[in-house]
Design a protein around this ligand. Structure first.
Ligand code: MG
Length: 294
């Protein structure tokens, strides 16, 4: 199944979930009003909610044209974890040795953005960069998950872009600030459930800036794959439904060019992953409305 969160300009129902097939979307607010219209809660309900969705998906039926809805971030995560230097080709372009342990950092959950939403060029930096990534979405509460059972706790996968502010990322030994600017964690365009993906570690990934191919790789080049990451992370803390893991980016980031090619206002950045779809974000100057005290 492909589970999206969306709203429309022509009704006032507000954000709700939908099942995507071909070019239409079945509105779950209409077809499953008993289910929470929040994907994190749906995942937390486990197999009962999942089977209900499968019945609706199998039945099919009239949907809204996909072109008439606005896709939103599929869910609001409680954790947004990310991994640095996790592709062999990216480690090589950076002249770095392969890490012995996953380099884990967090993106603040306030950085989450819609799959086609605008991304801010920060007021305080001109070193905005892209990182096309496979995003793994946790489906079950878990701790100390052995690798052979890791697939059981993964609800599915999304396409993500781990936007990075390089000068802020490198200023100190900690990545958090440079990885967490508001709008810098777009993902989507929907959750593709894990059963639809034969092998999550054999998917082609491509990133384009204004139509120019900048990153092309495959998730088979991950140093620590999704299952390794679930095992590693869950040794330290509980993973919960809706937690995101941005699994790392392959070669071809702007910072690795000589001279570096950072993003500018007006640029369009598109990330595609085979079997998952694509997200596309326009870079805009950080609006004045970002300064506020409520
Ligand atoms: Mg990254």
């Amino acid at each position: 199944m492909r589970i999206a969160r969306f709203d429309t300009a022509h009704d006032d129902v507000g954000p709700r979930l939908g099942l995507v097939s071909d070019n239409s979307i079945i509105d779950l607010a209409a077809h499953a009003p008993d289910l929470p219209q929040d994907l994190r809660e749906v995942l937390a309900r486990g197999s009962v909610a999942r089977e209900r969705l499968e019945v609706i998906a199998d039945r099919g039926g009239p949907g809204l044209p996909l072109a008439q809805v606005r896709l939103l971030a599929p869910l609001a995560p409680r954790k947004c974890l990310a991994v640095g230097l996790n592709y062999r080709d990216h480690a090589e372009e950076m002249g770095s040795a392969f890490p012995k342990h996953p380099i884990v950092f967090t993106k603040q959950v306030t950085a989450v953005q819609a799959p086609f939403g605008p991304v801010h060029l920060p007021r305080v930096s001109d070193q905005l960069d892209y990182e096309g990534e496979l995003v793994c979405v946790i489906g079950r509460r878990c701790r100390h998950v052995p690798r052979e059972r890791a697939a059981e706790v993964i609800a599915g996968y999304c396409v993500g872009n781990d936007f990075s502010v390089r000068d802020w990322q490198r200023r100190t030994g900690q990545f958090t600030m440079g990885k967490s600017f508001d709008t810098h964690a777009p993902f989507g365009p929907w959750l593709v459930t894990a059963d639809e993906i034969e092998d999550p570690h054999g998917l082609k990934l491509a990133t384009y800036v204004n139509g120019e191919l900048r990153q092309t790789s495959s998730t088979d080049k991950l140093i620590f794959d999704s299952y390794d990451l679930v095992t590693h992370l869950s040794q330290a803390f509980t993973l919960e439904p809706g937690d995101l893991i941005f699994t790392g980016t392959p070669a071809g980031v702007g910072a690795a060019s000589d001279p570096p090619r950072y993003l500018r206002a007006g640029d369009e950045v598109r990330v595609e992953i085979e079997g998952l779809g694509a997200i596309e974000n326009r870079i805009v100057p950080e609006p004045s409305a970002t300064a506020f005290i409520d």
